[in-house]
Structure formats: C-alpha cells, structure tokens
Design a protein around this ligand. Structure first.
Ligand code: 3HC
Length: 290
C-alpha cells in the first residue's frame, strides 16, 4: 500500500520536524496536539526551520510555501482517521502512548500503519495496545529532523515484513536512510550515544576537564559536529535522564546509570537550551551566551 496521507501526533520539537519533513517530501500531513497554543508553537518551529532552509539555499521559497500548505493542524485525534501512516511523537510516557495507540487503532482503517518516534520505550508495548500488532513499528527520527539523514525503523516482535518494507520505502521518499533494527532499548544510535554522553558527565564530575575543553576535544579530535555537553544541552537534559533511567531499568548496567550531576541539574530546571541553562547558558533565541 502506497503511503500518501500522514498523521502526526504531537507537534513538539520532534513532531514539528517530522511533519515538516513529510510535507517537504510531498505528503499531506495532519498534525494533532492538545490545544491551539501547542499547534501555534509547532507551526512557529516549522516556519523557522523552513526559513532557515530557504536562507541556506536548501529549499526554494515556493517549495517551502507548498510544504507549509500541506500541513494541517487539529486538536481532534479523530481527524487522523484518513491517514495511511500515523507517527506518534507525544510525551515519552508509556501509558500515554498506549492510550494513543489504542485510540488510533479504533479510529484508523485496518491497513493504516501506526508508528512511534519513541527513543527508548518498547514498541511492542504500544503494538499490544492495538488489534493490529503486525502494523505497528518504531520510526525514530533525529534532531534537527530537517537536516539529519537517518531514520531508525524498529521491528518489534510482532511487526510484519510488509510493514517494515512500507516504512523502508517511506524513509526513502523522505530522502533519508532508513536502517532496520530490533526493538531493544535505544535501538542503534541511543544505545551507542547514551553511555558516551553519561561518560562525558562522569569525566566532568571527576574533574578531567571543563565542559568546553571536553567539547572541543571531541569536535577537534573526533570531528563530531557537537561535543557531548553541547549535544546534551541541544537535545535536553531531561530527555537524556529519562533515556538513561529506561536503560538502567532494563540492563542494570552501571555504565547506563544516570550520574548524580545529571539528576541534580534536571531537578534544578537546568534542562539545556530550552530552559536557557544547562552546561552552558543561552539567550531567549537559544544562542549560547558562554
Ligand atoms: N532546520 C533547518 N535547517 C537547520 C536546522 C533546523 N532546525 N538546524 C540547522 N540547520 C541547517 C542550517 O541552516 C545549516 O545549513 P547550511 O549548512 O546549508 O548553511 C546547517 O544546518 C548547519 O547549521 P549551522 O551552521 O547553524 O550550525 P552547525 O553547523 O553547528 O549545525 C547541527 C547544526 C546540524 C545541529 C549540527 O551541529 C549537528 O549535526 N549536531 C549534532 C546533532 C545530533 O547529533 N543530533 C542527534 C541527536 S540524538 C537524537 O535526536 C535522538 C533523540 O532520541 C534524543
């Protein structure tokens, strides 16, 4: 079945990027969030990102305008009923996701594929909340979605080969590389990334070097575009703490346990770029101050 209409649940940092990427690839997109204010914020992020792509010469004004016109906002989950594929990018709370999947299962035709953008929660638990566990999979994007070329296609124990094949084709149409992986915590990227980021925080706790020294070491010594503290601030310390907790619950491996400093920074509200302060400080536009 060819995917034409895409539904997105959640218009936050990831949902807005996903909706935009789908619209730029020519899909009609309906995005659902809880209220008009959330929808307005999401459209603001899309507008900002499209303007950046135009400024960088990566998209024409006309293409950006057409993509924006293909995204429709709604507060009613029922408006996603005509979707061929729904991508859930809501809060990383398993009960919330299971409720959303159960509701989507009720309202969408049997052929609709239901996918989650979760970065660490078990896809099979969402599949089990539906009567179509063969048509549920993970579809994990990376921030900023407009620029990042990877999508992880997560095959749960129940996911059919047909579903995996349809998602592979979908990733290709988005112009991204879709890699297929098992439904294990963190899939491929976060499984490698999270212990590395936690290791960087432990190095800081031990006084190995200051954050900017460690960041420069990684950028100049490994050619990463961002150092670990820049990346932690960029993706959000709360998100990283959540993923570390999920990993530790699952593996009971000390290298996956959240370092005390991370826990305390999140408790203090130092969440990174989005809160104005993390390992570095940011102005209201999200530009680093020092
Ligand atoms: N929308 C559109 N375009 C954007 C953008 C956005 N949100 N963010 C950056 N860009 C574009 C810029 O316009 C620029 O385009 P150009 O090269 O054609 O001029 C290009 O991306 C580079 O941006 P900048 O020059 O502003 O800055 P950088 O060179 O530092 O790049 C970055 C920014 C792309 C974010 C880069 O630093 C990077 O790749 N960082 C690593 C990001 C990363 O690792 N993401 C994965 C996080 S893990 C994750 O998401 C998983 C989840 O589960 C937590």
């Amino acid at each position: 079945m060819a995917i034409q209409k895409v539904g997105v649940v959640g218009f936050g940092a990831m949902g807005s990027g996903i909706a935009q990427a789908c619209a730029q690839a020519g899909f009609d997109v309906t995005v659902r969030d809880v209220d008009q204010a959330a929808l307005d914020r999401g459209f603001g992020v899309v507008d900002g990102s499209l303007a950046r792509l135009v400024k960088a010469g990566r998209a024409t004004e006309a293409d950006a305008k057409a993509a924006r016109g293909r995204i429709r906002g709604t507060t009613a989950l029922g408006d996603l009923k005509d979707s061929d594929l729904v991508i859930e990018a809501a809060l990383e709370i398993i009960e919330t996701k299971r409720e959303i999947f159960a509701e989507l299962d009720r309202i969408c035709p049997p052929a609709t594929i239901l996918a989650s953008n979760t970065s660490s929660l078990p896809i099979v638990e969402m599949a089990a909340a539906t009567k179509r566990p063969d048509r549920v999979a993970g579809l994990h994007f990376f921030n900023p979605v407009a620029v990042m070329q990877l999508v992880e296609i997560v095959r749960a124990l129940t996911t059919s080969e047909e579903t995996v094949a349809a998602l592979r084709e979908f990733a290709e149409r988005l112009g991204k590389r879709g890699i297929v992986c098992k439904d294990t915590p963190g899939f491929v990227v976060n499984r490698l990334l999270v212990p590395y980021l936690l290791g960087a925080i432990r190095a800081l706790e031990e006084g190995v070097a200051a954050p900017d020294e460690i960041d420069d070491a990684v950028k100049l010594g490994l050619r990463h575009p961002m150092g670990p503290f820049e990346l932690l601030d960029y993706t959000g310390l709360d998100i990283n703490l959540h993923v570390a907790n999920v990993f530790y619950d699952e593996f009971k491996d000390p290298s996956m346990a959240a370092p005390p400093l991370l826990r305390r920074m999140v408790a203090a509200g130092h969440l990174g770029r989005k809160s104005g302060r993390g390992f570095y400080e940011y102005d209201e536009k999200g530009q680093r101050k020092r």
